[in-house]
Design a protein around this ligand. Structure first.
Ligand SMILES: C[S@@+](CC[C@H](N)C(=O)[O-])C[C@H]1O[C@@H](n2cnc3c(N)ncnc32)[C@H](O)[C@@H]1O
Length: 446
């Protein structure tokens, strides 16, 4: 079969990704990447595929709110609900797609996946919505609930954030969370400079600019940097700007012994290894398939000073010697509320109980890490989440239980300094238009 024959309509491909995300088969970014890589839609349609998939996932609750009066509690299959969501997303939020094209595609997909009866129902719902218009979000009286539905965040999470950070900050955050993120890359300082990479990518037709916040970061405004040969040749790594700040805070002296306890896929391990050419980085991860990602990244970036192990960080003391590392990083498993822009499924899969469970794992990892740091060494704690229980409160408790540590002012790039508060860095996604992220640096007394 020729490649052309294998191609499917862009909306059909988007629907598959949305259905798989809902059934928790995988993360949206991985599924979307797979659909593009396996050439399911033509190159020119990849932008639309991304927009339809992310848009529908990002706005799920608002779309359900618009659909509810037309479904009148009718029981429908998950794929039909998702087809309706996909169609309503285009009707309400995209103005370049003619409604007749949306209806036609929806009916064709419904016929192909179901039968004529379902196609008729889908057509009926969409045409009624077109005729009668959608319900206003202003009809929701409670302002926190309105904010939650209009930006499709769980109500409990919006209420929790309002309590922790106030209404205005929460509003800014949830509004940014539904905007498309752009890609950023971190140059490999061992093989190149930021200027050289910018020049080469521009020659290849990418639209890029230097990050105003992180010295080794480049923002990719047009194009997918994973498709450039420079990526395969190890000139850079795809990584969010917020994540890059960790290696700055680690303040590594070349020749140090570094332990990264939760290291896969190796974003921070490789960054720290680049800053520690004559030293060593030991990288642990709980999962075998993830350790492989660390090794692949180290090889691609031509870094020889990384040694990885499959290991539960909480058991690291059974293998590694006490007080033998200059730097220990706990880039902990977390609720991931800072990366909802790139992984919208996080909004629908996490429950409040996850926060308590994760916070206690983080605390266990910190406790083990504290024993592995040398006197005068630094213990670094980071998460890609926005939640006080997982972040600030873990650090405050740690300091109470470990008087041998002091909380140190984190050494962040100068443009990030305004965001440091009480010697901890909690970045919100709206701060530098990047992932929400938390970092604390704990110095073991000499
Ligand atoms: C936030 S991610 C790390 C991202 C990584 N530091 C980077 O910059 O690319 C957390 C990682 O911790 C791993 N993990 C979860 N629990 C762990 C544990 N008890 N010990 C070691 N690794 C763990 C997960 O498999 C996941 O890869």
């Amino acid at each position: 079969m020729s490649k052309k024959n294998k191609r499917r309509s862009v909306r059909d491909a988007a629907l598959d990704v949305i259905i798989a995300v809902e059934s928790q088969a995988s993360y949206s970014n991985l599924l979307l990447h797979h659909a593009i890589e396996t050439n399911q839609v033509s190159k020119k349609d990849t932008g639309l595929l991304t927009e339809l998939t992310y848009g529908t996932l990002q706005r799920r609750d608002a779309l359900d709110y618009f659909l509810a009066p037309f479904l009148k509690g009718k029981k429908i299959d998950a794929w039909v609900r998702n087809l309706l969501r996909l169609s309503v997303y285009q009707m309400v939020y995209l103005d370049k797609i003619p409604e007749r094209a949306i209806f036609h595609e929806a009916v064709e997909i419904a016929k192909a996946r179901g039968h004529k009866g379902i196609a008729g129902m889908v057509n009926g719902v969409l045409r009624s919505m077109q005729r009668e218009g959608v319900k206003s979000l202003e009809d929701i009286n409670d302002q926190e609930e309105r904010l939650a539905v209009s930006t499709s965040h769980p109500v409990w999470l919006v209420k929790r954030w309002v309590e922790q950070y106030g209404f205005d900050k929460t509003k800014e955050m949830v509004e940014v969370n539904i905007k498309a993120p752009y890609q950023t890359i971190r140059i490999n300082s061992i093989v190149s400079t930021r200027e050289e990479v910018i020049e080469k990518l521009t020659e290849e037709g990418f639209m890029v600019e230097a990050s105003p916040y992180v010295p080794e970061a480049i923002r990719v405004l047009k194009g997918n940097a994973a498709n450039s040969p420079l990526f395969t040749e190890g000139f850079y790594t795809i990584q969010d700007e917020s994540s890059m700040i960790v290696a700055h805070v680690a303040d590594i002296e070349n020749g140090s012994k570094v332990l990264d306890m939760c290291a896969a896929p190796g974003g921070k391990t490789t960054h720290m290894a680049e800053k520690n050419k004559d030293g060593q980085v030991i990288s642990l991860d709980l999962h075998k398939h993830k350790k492989k990602l660390i090794d692949e990244n180290a090889e691609r970036l031509k870094l020889k000073n990384i040694k990885s192990y499959v290991m539960d960080g909480r058991k690291a003391l059974e293998t590694f010697e006490k007080e033998s590392y200059d730097r220990v990083l706990v880039d902990a498993p977390c609720s991931g509320f800072g990366v909802m822009r790139r992984k919208p499924d996080i909004k629908y899969s996490k429950v409040e109980e996850d926060i308590h469970r994760l916070s206690s794992i983080q605390s266990e990892l910190l406790s083990v890490a504290s024993k592995l740091v040398k006197p005068n060494g630094l213990l670094l704690f980071s998460t890609c989440t926005v939640d006080k229980e997982e972040n600030n409160e873990n650090i405050v408790r740690f300091l109470k239980e470990h008087p041998e540590f002091d909380l140190e002012t984190p050494q962040v790039p100068s443009a990030i300094q305004p965001f440091v508060e009480d010697n901890m860095l909690q970045l919100f996604p709206q701060d530098i238009d990047s992932d929400g992220f938390f970092i604390a640096a704990l110095r073991k007394k000499g």
